[in-house]
Design a binder for this molecule. Structure first.
Ligand code: NAG
Length: 325
């Protein structure tokens, strides 16, 4: 696939460069932009080199506890019984993770297993929470031992996934290939980095999306648009946002499950202009609840809190829970 695509790309590039050269070859354009045949060839050569390195597959052993952020082929080979292993996968917000079994040599009858989970589980808490994930919990686990070769490729619903495995005998193991696919409508996301910006859009769908930042951060909402600005039903109600089907909430907590986190702000009216908050927790989540009646959109940015900001937050607040301002 990739080889074929890059050949097509190469042919396009070749035609593009040649047509430039032929059409403009004798003109001043050429001198000004230094498009010489040598330059054309060197561009082509560097493109060819890029293609070669593109086809190079990154390979490395998988560890019993691992975090994977790059595409590649990963092999786990037990050198002794490994009863509780897990590898976490994470991509960019607009990527999905695809995991393919290339080979597996494990003893399912003897209690070995390999399970892929659509999301992350940390200390028993899941992301996305059951409230926000499109599939029921049992469908989010794919057990190699029960599905066998019928599901050799498993694709996540968001930018994170993980694999759990237990292998009793030395010499047993498996190989997977991890690739990333573009997700045109990212919904649930864990940010790889403590700073960035993101626009979440829910286009007239009845669903909820959570953007999780697993660092203490300052988050700034630049713009929020919930349906039509003039729509009466979206006016601020005296009971807060609870009665409205469309709102954004900021949550804070120290676990992964958004349904167990504490709301710190509810926003159920459109605005533009920054609204910001510092949250000194392990996990800060911006969650959008959408009724499906409107196109909802929120744009925000976030950055890591400095040590002195964290200390100030802690000084302000005697709660034993994580602090905010
Ligand atoms: C979205 O979340 C709200 C409140 O948190 C909940 O009532 C609703 O059922 C959820 N919607 C979907 C589609 O899961």
């Amino acid at each position: 696939m990739r080889g074929a695509m890059s050949v097509t790309f190469r042919v396009h590039l070749c035609f593009f460069l040649l047509s430039l050269y032929v059409l403009k070859g004798q003109s001043r354009y050429l001198e000004e932009h230094e498009i010489t045949p040598e330059r054309v060839l060197s561009l082509l050569n560097s493109e060819l080199k890029r293609e070669l390195s593109d086809e190079f597959v990154y390979r490395r052993p998988l560890r019993c506890l691992d975090m994977l952020v790059v595409e590649g082929q990963f092999t786990f080979m037990a050198d002794r019984p490994q009863l509780s292993c897990a590898a976490f996968f994470i991509g960019e917000p607009n990527e999905l993770i695809s995991i393919q079994y290339d080979a597996a040599n494990i003893d399912c009858a003897g209690g070995d297993f390999i399970k892929i989970f659509d999301g992350w589980v940390l200390k028993g808490e899941k992301f996305p929470s059951s409230q926000d994930h499109p599939y029921p919990l049992y469908e989010r686990y794919v057990d190699y031992c029960t599905t066998g070769s019928s599901r050799r490729v498993i694709r996540s619903s968001q930018n994170v996934a993980m694999i759990f495995f237990r292998i009793h005998s030395a010499g047993s193991g498996f190989t997977i290939t991890v690739t990333k696919l573009i997700n045109p409508f990212p919904c649930n996301v864990i940010s790889q980095t403590p700073e960035g910006s993101f626009t979440m859009v829910i286009p007239q769908q009845h669903k909820n999306c959570s953007f999780s930042i697993i660092y203490p951060v300052e988050i700034q909402i630049a713009e929020l648009s919930l349906g039509n600005l003039n729509d009466v039903s979206l006016k601020r109600s005296p009971w807060g946002c609870a009665g409205t089907g469309d709102f954004v909430e900021l949550l804070r907590g120290n676990g992964m499950d958004t349904s167990k986190m504490v709301p710190v702000a509810d926003l159920c009216y459109s605005f533009s202009g920054p609204a910001q908050m510092k949250i000194g927790c392990d996990n800060t989540v911006l969650r959008m609840v959408s009724s499906g009646k409107f196109v909802n959109r929120v744009t925000f940015q976030y950055r890591l809190l400095h040590q002195h900001e964290l200390e100030k937050l802690r000084g302000n607040n005697l709660e034993d829970f994580c602090d905010m301002e």
